[in-house]
Design a protein around this ligand. Structure first.
Ligand code: SAM
Length: 233
């Protein structure tokens, strides 16, 4: 009896791992944030497996049932729509409940948006803080102020509709010359990384409506330019 936390691709189907496919084939059933999305993924890889809904609207009610199902010697996989469950996605409550009940949990390494966004940014990656989705209204300014004062790289998820407004809010708080990288549509055909200052990002993203999925990575006040300096000897 075990809970396998199984990351799924964030765009490019090639990013599923061999182990994820084996686990999805071997478990008794799959818990899905959206059964339609996971069924499409399973179909793509020719895996036939019962799917059960586990999402933010039923996660509290389903906990006891799922724990009992696992205890009745079931191996279960937890998936979300994209990336790693529990990372700005449902899963934490179930993992915690498994741990409390002595049920083994195994999270497979795999796709998530924040790590490629951080690494691609060219900003210091040795120490960082991930904020998930930041508040839309109340608490947003406080959250941005915390980030601006941090001494590690900050990463957050943002909707394309709010990106420009967030960058405009960031300018007076972080300073318009703070290095930022906006990663868009990671692993997909139109993957793009905008690297520059907050002011340059505002200009860039003001030009046309922003589309797709977004990760914002912000450097610290003293991290220097996001582009490495080249020296010739
Ligand atoms: N569990 C996912 C993970 O491990 O990254 C995150 C799920 S969260 C509901 C969805 C958000 O993740 C999107 O709004 C976006 O901010 C980010 N995201 C997911 N896929 C992405 C992609 N291909 N490119 C850029 N950002 C992405």
């Amino acid at each position: 009896m075990k809970l396998f936390v199984v990351p799924t691709p964030i765009g490019n189907m090639e990013d599923i791992t061999l182990r994820a496919l084996r686990v999805l084939k071997e478990v008794d059933f799959v818990l899905c944030e959206d059964t339609r999305t996971t069924r499409n993924l399973l179909r793509h890889f020719e895996i036939d497996k019962p799917c059960q809904a586990y999402h933010i609207h039923n996660e509290h009610q389903q906990l006891d049932t799922i724990i009992r199902q696992i205890q009745q010697s079931n191996n279960v996989a937890l998936t979300s729509d994209a990336g790693t469950p529990c990372i700005s996605d449902p899963g934490f409550l179930l993992v915690r409940e498994c741990v409390r009940n002595g049920i083994e949990v195994e999270c497979l390494p795999g796709a998530t948006a924040l790590i490629p966004a951080l690494v691609n940014s060219g900003l210091p990656a040795s120490s960082f803080k991930f904020y998930g989705f930041i508040p839309h209204k109340k608490g947003k300014e406080t959250c941005l102020k915390t980030m601006a004062a941090a001494n590690e790289t900050s990463i957050f998820y943002e909707s394309p509709y709010r990106l420009l407004k967030t960058l405009e809010m960031m300018a007076p708080i972080f300073g318009a010359d703070r290095p930022v990288c906006v990663a868009r549509e990671l692993t997909k055909i139109y993957e793009e990384h905008f690297r520059g200052t907050v002011a340059e990002a505002i200009t860039h993203f003001s030009a046309k409506p922003v589309k797709g999925e977004i990760v914002v990575v912000v450097g610290t006040a003293d991290c220097g330019s996001s582009m490495p300096e080249v020296t010739f000897e």
